[in-house]
Design a protein around this ligand. Structure first.
Ligand SMILES: NC(=O)c1ccc[n+]([C@@H]2O[C@H](COP(=O)([O-])OP(=O)(O)OC[C@H]3O[C@@H](n4cnc5c(N)ncnc54)[C@H](O)[C@@H]3O)[C@@H](O)[C@H]2O)c1
Length: 259
Protein backbone atom coordinates (compact mmCIF):
# COMPACT_ATOMS: atom_id res chain seq x y z
CA UNK A 1 0.00 0.00 0.00
CA UNK A 2 1.32 3.44 -0.89
CA UNK A 3 0.63 6.28 1.52
CA UNK A 4 -1.02 9.02 -0.44
CA UNK A 5 -2.43 12.13 1.13
CA UNK A 6 -4.56 14.05 -1.28
CA UNK A 7 -6.86 16.79 -0.02
CA UNK A 8 -8.06 17.79 -3.48
CA UNK A 9 -11.65 18.96 -3.26
CA UNK A 10 -11.40 19.86 0.43
CA UNK A 11 -11.69 23.43 1.68
CA UNK A 12 -9.56 24.25 4.73
CA UNK A 13 -9.92 27.36 6.89
CA UNK A 14 -6.73 28.12 8.79
CA UNK A 15 -6.98 30.89 11.34
CA UNK A 16 -4.06 33.20 12.05
CA UNK A 17 -2.38 31.97 8.87
CA UNK A 18 -0.73 35.27 8.01
CA UNK A 19 2.60 34.27 9.54
CA UNK A 20 4.39 31.70 11.68
CA UNK A 21 2.81 28.31 12.36
CA UNK A 22 -0.37 29.21 10.48
CA UNK A 23 1.58 30.14 7.35
CA UNK A 24 3.36 26.75 7.50
CA UNK A 25 0.00 25.02 7.89
CA UNK A 26 -1.40 26.93 4.90
CA UNK A 27 1.56 25.90 2.74
CA UNK A 28 1.21 22.22 3.71
CA UNK A 29 -2.56 22.11 3.12
CA UNK A 30 -2.24 23.86 -0.24
CA UNK A 31 0.53 21.51 -1.35
CA UNK A 32 -1.70 18.56 -0.42
CA UNK A 33 -4.32 19.93 -2.84
CA UNK A 34 -6.78 21.62 -0.47
CA UNK A 35 -8.25 25.02 -1.22
CA UNK A 36 -7.00 27.15 1.67
CA UNK A 37 -8.87 30.04 3.26
CA UNK A 38 -6.10 32.11 4.78
CA UNK A 39 -7.50 33.89 7.81
CA UNK A 40 -5.75 36.63 9.69
CA UNK A 41 -6.62 39.76 11.59
CA UNK A 42 -4.41 41.74 9.20
CA UNK A 43 -5.36 41.70 5.53
CA UNK A 44 -1.80 42.51 4.41
CA UNK A 45 -0.46 39.34 6.07
CA UNK A 46 -3.23 37.13 4.67
CA UNK A 47 -2.77 38.53 1.14
CA UNK A 48 0.99 37.90 1.15
CA UNK A 49 0.41 34.24 2.10
CA UNK A 50 -2.32 33.85 -0.54
CA UNK A 51 0.11 35.20 -3.16
CA UNK A 52 2.81 32.77 -1.98
CA UNK A 53 0.40 29.84 -2.23
CA UNK A 54 -0.72 30.89 -5.72
CA UNK A 55 2.90 31.25 -6.83
CA UNK A 56 3.51 27.66 -5.68
CA UNK A 57 0.51 26.43 -7.72
CA UNK A 58 -1.93 26.17 -4.81
CA UNK A 59 -5.51 27.33 -4.42
CA UNK A 60 -6.08 29.98 -1.76
CA UNK A 61 -8.22 32.93 -0.78
CA UNK A 62 -7.89 35.47 1.99
CA UNK A 63 -10.51 35.45 4.75
CA UNK A 64 -9.84 38.46 6.94
CA UNK A 65 -11.71 38.51 10.24
CA UNK A 66 -11.15 38.63 13.96
CA UNK A 67 -11.75 35.23 15.58
CA UNK A 68 -12.79 36.96 18.81
CA UNK A 69 -15.84 38.52 17.09
CA UNK A 70 -18.54 35.83 16.80
CA UNK A 71 -20.70 37.85 14.38
CA UNK A 72 -17.73 38.44 12.09
CA UNK A 73 -16.76 34.76 12.27
CA UNK A 74 -20.25 33.50 11.40
CA UNK A 75 -20.63 36.01 8.54
CA UNK A 76 -17.23 35.14 7.04
CA UNK A 77 -17.77 31.40 7.36
CA UNK A 78 -21.25 31.67 5.83
CA UNK A 79 -19.79 33.68 2.95
CA UNK A 80 -17.14 31.04 2.21
CA UNK A 81 -19.46 28.06 2.88
CA UNK A 82 -18.76 24.35 2.91
CA UNK A 83 -15.64 24.30 5.03
CA UNK A 84 -14.41 20.72 5.39
CA UNK A 85 -11.39 21.38 7.58
CA UNK A 86 -10.91 23.97 10.31
CA UNK A 87 -7.53 24.60 11.89
CA UNK A 88 -7.84 26.80 14.98
CA UNK A 89 -4.35 28.26 14.99
CA UNK A 90 -4.84 31.98 15.70
CA UNK A 91 -3.35 32.55 19.08
CA UNK A 92 -2.25 35.10 21.56
CA UNK A 93 0.75 34.03 23.59
CA UNK A 94 1.57 37.48 24.91
CA UNK A 95 3.01 40.38 23.01
CA UNK A 96 6.66 40.73 22.07
CA UNK A 97 7.92 37.20 22.23
CA UNK A 98 6.31 36.11 25.49
CA UNK A 99 6.98 39.39 27.30
CA UNK A 100 4.17 40.89 29.30
CA UNK A 101 3.57 37.81 31.45
CA UNK A 102 4.00 37.53 35.17
CA UNK A 103 2.97 35.84 38.41
CA UNK A 104 -0.73 35.01 38.60
CA UNK A 105 -0.84 36.48 42.12
CA UNK A 106 -0.07 39.89 40.64
CA UNK A 107 -2.43 39.66 37.64
CA UNK A 108 -5.92 41.02 37.08
CA UNK A 109 -8.88 39.79 35.02
CA UNK A 110 -7.96 42.41 32.43
CA UNK A 111 -4.59 40.67 31.99
CA UNK A 112 -6.26 37.27 31.40
CA UNK A 113 -8.83 38.42 28.91
CA UNK A 114 -6.70 38.74 25.74
CA UNK A 115 -5.54 35.12 26.10
CA UNK A 116 -9.00 33.73 26.74
CA UNK A 117 -10.61 35.80 24.01
CA UNK A 118 -8.31 34.62 21.21
CA UNK A 119 -7.16 31.17 22.33
CA UNK A 120 -10.39 29.87 23.86
CA UNK A 121 -13.28 31.97 22.56
CA UNK A 122 -11.68 32.24 19.10
CA UNK A 123 -11.58 28.44 18.82
CA UNK A 124 -15.14 28.18 20.19
CA UNK A 125 -16.46 30.76 17.70
CA UNK A 126 -14.89 29.14 14.65
CA UNK A 127 -15.77 25.61 15.73
CA UNK A 128 -19.39 26.59 16.41
CA UNK A 129 -19.64 28.29 13.03
CA UNK A 130 -18.30 25.38 10.93
CA UNK A 131 -20.01 22.47 12.70
CA UNK A 132 -23.54 22.66 11.21
CA UNK A 133 -22.21 22.24 7.64
CA UNK A 134 -19.83 19.47 8.71
CA UNK A 135 -22.71 17.66 10.42
CA UNK A 136 -24.89 18.05 7.34
CA UNK A 137 -22.20 16.77 4.98
CA UNK A 138 -21.22 14.01 7.42
CA UNK A 139 -17.51 14.76 7.17
CA UNK A 140 -15.31 17.24 8.93
CA UNK A 141 -11.95 17.78 10.55
CA UNK A 142 -11.19 20.21 13.37
CA UNK A 143 -7.62 20.65 14.51
CA UNK A 144 -6.71 23.06 17.28
CA UNK A 145 -3.19 24.26 17.92
CA UNK A 146 -2.61 24.25 21.66
CA UNK A 147 0.52 24.45 23.76
CA UNK A 148 2.49 22.35 26.20
CA UNK A 149 1.84 25.25 28.57
CA UNK A 150 -1.74 23.98 28.73
CA UNK A 151 -0.69 20.36 29.38
CA UNK A 152 2.18 20.93 31.80
CA UNK A 153 1.38 24.36 33.21
CA UNK A 154 3.61 27.37 32.84
CA UNK A 155 5.00 29.62 35.56
CA UNK A 156 4.19 33.24 34.69
CA UNK A 157 1.82 32.08 31.97
CA UNK A 158 -1.25 30.91 33.88
CA UNK A 159 -3.86 32.67 31.74
CA UNK A 160 -2.22 31.46 28.53
CA UNK A 161 -2.02 27.90 29.93
CA UNK A 162 -5.65 28.03 31.06
CA UNK A 163 -6.82 29.28 27.67
CA UNK A 164 -5.00 26.48 25.84
CA UNK A 165 -6.15 23.79 28.30
CA UNK A 166 -9.70 25.10 27.83
CA UNK A 167 -9.40 24.84 24.05
CA UNK A 168 -8.11 21.27 24.41
CA UNK A 169 -11.14 20.38 26.54
CA UNK A 170 -13.43 21.91 23.93
CA UNK A 171 -11.85 19.64 21.32
CA UNK A 172 -12.47 16.48 23.34
CA UNK A 173 -16.13 17.41 23.82
CA UNK A 174 -16.56 18.20 20.12
CA UNK A 175 -14.98 14.82 19.30
CA UNK A 176 -17.45 12.99 21.56
CA UNK A 177 -20.50 14.85 20.27
CA UNK A 178 -19.70 14.62 16.58
CA UNK A 179 -17.84 11.38 15.86
CA UNK A 180 -21.08 9.83 14.64
CA UNK A 181 -21.20 12.43 11.87
CA UNK A 182 -17.78 11.52 10.49
CA UNK A 183 -16.18 14.50 12.21
CA UNK A 184 -12.89 14.24 14.08
CA UNK A 185 -11.43 16.85 16.41
CA UNK A 186 -7.86 16.80 17.68
CA UNK A 187 -5.30 19.08 19.29
CA UNK A 188 -1.68 19.51 18.30
CA UNK A 189 0.31 20.66 21.32
CA UNK A 190 3.40 22.66 20.47
CA UNK A 191 6.60 23.31 22.31
CA UNK A 192 8.64 26.43 21.68
CA UNK A 193 8.64 27.33 18.01
CA UNK A 194 10.76 29.66 15.94
CA UNK A 195 8.15 32.07 14.53
CA UNK A 196 7.87 35.88 14.37
CA UNK A 197 6.23 35.67 17.80
CA UNK A 198 9.33 34.16 19.43
CA UNK A 199 11.97 35.60 17.11
CA UNK A 200 13.49 37.81 19.85
CA UNK A 201 14.52 34.58 21.65
CA UNK A 202 16.46 33.30 18.65
CA UNK A 203 17.79 36.63 17.47
CA UNK A 204 21.38 35.57 18.19
CA UNK A 205 20.99 32.29 16.26
CA UNK A 206 19.81 30.52 19.39
CA UNK A 207 23.00 31.38 21.23
CA UNK A 208 21.43 33.72 23.75
CA UNK A 209 21.48 32.46 27.37
CA UNK A 210 17.67 32.48 27.38
CA UNK A 211 17.48 30.33 24.25
CA UNK A 212 20.10 27.90 25.60
CA UNK A 213 18.20 27.56 28.89
CA UNK A 214 14.97 26.77 27.02
CA UNK A 215 16.56 24.20 24.71
CA UNK A 216 18.11 22.29 27.62
CA UNK A 217 14.59 21.06 28.39
CA UNK A 218 14.20 19.54 24.92
CA UNK A 219 15.38 16.06 23.84
CA UNK A 220 15.89 17.55 20.36
CA UNK A 221 17.75 20.78 20.94
CA UNK A 222 16.24 23.11 18.43
CA UNK A 223 13.08 25.19 18.39
CA UNK A 224 10.18 23.85 16.33
CA UNK A 225 9.68 25.05 12.79
CA UNK A 226 6.22 25.64 11.28
CA UNK A 227 6.79 22.53 9.10
CA UNK A 228 6.96 20.27 12.16
CA UNK A 229 3.23 20.35 13.02
CA UNK A 230 2.03 21.10 9.47
CA UNK A 231 2.45 17.61 8.04
CA UNK A 232 0.82 15.97 11.06
CA UNK A 233 -2.13 18.34 10.62
CA UNK A 234 -2.47 17.30 6.96
CA UNK A 235 -2.47 13.64 7.98
CA UNK A 236 -5.14 14.22 10.64
CA UNK A 237 -7.23 16.09 8.09
CA UNK A 238 -7.04 13.29 5.52
CA UNK A 239 -9.10 10.11 5.32
CA UNK A 240 -6.13 8.34 6.97
CA UNK A 241 -7.03 10.26 10.13
CA UNK A 242 -10.63 9.03 10.32
CA UNK A 243 -10.13 6.98 13.53
CA UNK A 244 -7.98 9.49 15.38
CA UNK A 245 -10.15 11.79 17.45
CA UNK A 246 -10.22 13.62 20.76
CA UNK A 247 -6.45 13.37 21.08
CA UNK A 248 -3.82 15.91 22.06
CA UNK A 249 -0.69 15.07 20.11
CA UNK A 250 2.52 16.78 21.21
CA UNK A 251 4.85 18.10 18.52
CA UNK A 252 7.46 19.41 20.85
CA UNK A 253 10.96 18.00 20.32
CA UNK A 254 10.53 15.82 23.42
CA UNK A 255 9.87 18.65 25.88
CA UNK A 256 7.19 16.51 27.53
CA UNK A 257 5.51 13.25 26.68
CA UNK A 258 1.95 12.06 26.12
CA UNK A 259 1.35 8.92 28.19
N1 LIG B 1 5.39 30.21 18.88
C1 LIG B 1 5.45 29.30 19.85
O1 LIG B 1 6.50 29.04 20.48
C2 LIG B 1 4.21 28.54 20.22
C3 LIG B 1 4.29 27.54 21.21
C4 LIG B 1 3.15 26.83 21.53
C5 LIG B 1 1.95 27.10 20.89
N2 LIG B 1 1.91 28.11 19.95
C6 LIG B 1 0.61 28.38 19.32
O2 LIG B 1 0.74 28.27 17.91
C7 LIG B 1 -0.16 29.18 17.29
C8 LIG B 1 0.58 30.05 16.29
O3 LIG B 1 1.64 30.70 16.95
P1 LIG B 1 2.70 31.60 16.16
O4 LIG B 1 3.96 31.52 16.92
O5 LIG B 1 2.68 31.27 14.71
O6 LIG B 1 2.04 33.04 16.40
P2 LIG B 1 2.24 34.42 15.62
O7 LIG B 1 1.88 35.49 16.59
O8 LIG B 1 3.58 34.47 14.96
O9 LIG B 1 1.11 34.35 14.48
C9 LIG B 1 -0.24 34.32 14.83
C10 LIG B 1 -1.07 34.95 13.73
O10 LIG B 1 -2.43 34.96 14.23
C11 LIG B 1 -3.01 36.22 13.90
N3 LIG B 1 -4.05 36.53 14.88
C12 LIG B 1 -3.86 36.93 16.17
N4 LIG B 1 -5.04 37.21 16.74
C13 LIG B 1 -5.99 36.98 15.79
C14 LIG B 1 -7.39 37.12 15.77
N5 LIG B 1 -8.05 37.58 16.84
N6 LIG B 1 -8.08 36.80 14.62
C15 LIG B 1 -7.41 36.37 13.53
N7 LIG B 1 -6.05 36.26 13.49
C16 LIG B 1 -5.36 36.55 14.60
C17 LIG B 1 -1.85 37.20 13.98
O11 LIG B 1 -2.14 38.38 13.24
C18 LIG B 1 -0.69 36.39 13.41
O12 LIG B 1 -0.55 36.57 12.02
C19 LIG B 1 -0.82 29.98 18.42
O13 LIG B 1 -2.06 29.39 18.75
C20 LIG B 1 0.15 29.81 19.57
O14 LIG B 1 -0.44 29.98 20.82
C21 LIG B 1 3.00 28.81 19.59
Amino acid sequence: MTLQIDLTGRRALITGAGQGVGRGLAQAFASAGAEVLVNDLFDGRAEVVVEELHAAGGQARAAVFDVTDFDAVTKAIAAHSDIDILVNNAGNAGAEGFAGRGPFAESTPADWEPYLRVNLYGAMHCTRAVLPTMIEQKWGRIITIVSDAGRAGEANGAAYAASKAGAAGLTRSIALENGRYGITANNISLGTMRTPLTEPLWAEHGDSPQAKAILQNYAIRRPGSPDDPAHLAVLLASNHGSWITGQTIPVNGGYSFAL
